[in-house]
Design a protein around this ligand. Structure first.
Ligand code: KIV
Length: 291
């Protein structure tokens, strides 16, 4: 398996992803938007970390991902970079950061690498963004594609429904997946498409498919971390497996703290700093004399 060594840590690269597919090793990815999450994901042995534009919804409370900007994404990618030693760090190009022109796409992909330390970038779409993908790949930046339910097209789709359900749409998705591979993408996210179709695409491609709501036959899986930790309450897609009810646990801890403060159970002696008795006696005397 090809890796780069940095301070005794074997880093996962875009090439590693392709080799993992060749070796039949499933690729595990999750999203992160901050330093501590990135740190724990990396320590747990995750293969890839995506700083998704989902940050807009799950961290910033926006209605859709469309409100994520390059400045927001760079800010969060920098924080994640500080926590990651081993995993492949992929930064998500947000809405309107790559659609307008190839130059803009290249400039923003470059910003992710140069300013934020990303290892690769992800963008949504197939043929319509072919020129942008080609230019970014030519500049030496690994690109992860994204097909199926692409959240930046929320308004076009009229929501977050299952995609590629007709023969025509499924055919188009297969052709676009092959196009992304030909353009030099090192992997492609398949979001919310029927499992059988994802299996077919995964078999046809030499690059790995990373599924989210696309069944078990994809070469890897990605989830939004807040979804799998139970930290996002607005809706829960069917494809999410919740490993923890972290939101409820956090709320319980906050409640206990509030109760402790109100009943003076916190802070205890163990959380407090005693003063040198002689210094205290002196200061107490001084204060009393002032009265
Ligand atoms: O923004 C994101 O988190 C994503 C994943 C859902 C793949 O694009």
């Amino acid at each position: 398996m090809s890796t780069e060594t940095t301070a005794n840590v074997k880093r996962v690269t875009a090439t590693t992803f392709i080799e993992m597919k060749r070796e039949g090793k499933p690729i595990a990815m999750l999203t992160a938007y901050d330093y501590p999450t990135a740190l724990y994901l990396d320590k747990a042995g995750i293969d890839g970390i995506l700083v998704g534009d989902s940050v807009a919804m799950v961290e910033l409370g926006c209605e859709t991902t469309l409100e994520a900007t390059m400045d927001i994404m760079v800010h969060h990618t920098k924080a994640v970079r500080r926590g990651v030693k081993r995993a492949l760090l992929v930064a998500d190009l947000p809405f309107m950061s790559y659609q307008i022109s190839t130059e803009r796409a290249l400039e923003n992909a470059g910003r992710f690498v140069q300013e934020a330390g990303a290892d690769a970038v992800k963008l949504e779409g197939g043929e319509v963004v072919a020129d942008q993908i080609e230019a970014i790949v030519d500049a030496g930046i690994p690109v992860m594609g994204h097909l199926g339910m692409t959240p930046q097209s929320f308004h076009k789709f009229g929501g977050y429904g299952l995609q590629a359900t007709t023969t025509e749409a499924a055919r188009r998705l297969i052709d676009e997946a092959l196009l992304l591979q030909d353009l030099g993408c090192f992997s492609v996210v398949l979001e919310k498409i029927p499992s059988e179709l994802a299996a077919l695409v995964s078999k046809k491609l030499a690059i790995p498919t990373i599924g989210i709501g696309a069944g078990v036959s994809c070469d890897g899986q990605v989830l939004v971390t807040h979804d799998m930790l139970g930290m996002f309450e607005r809706f829960k897609p069917k494809f999410v497996k919740q490993y923890l009810q972290l939101g409820a646990l956090i709320q319980q801890a906050f409640g206990e703290y509030i109760d402790d403060v109100r009943t003076k159970r916190f802070p205890a002696e163990s959380h407090s700093y005693p003063m040198d008795p002689e210094v205290f006696a002196e200061i107490e005397r001084m204060v009393q004399e002032e009265r």
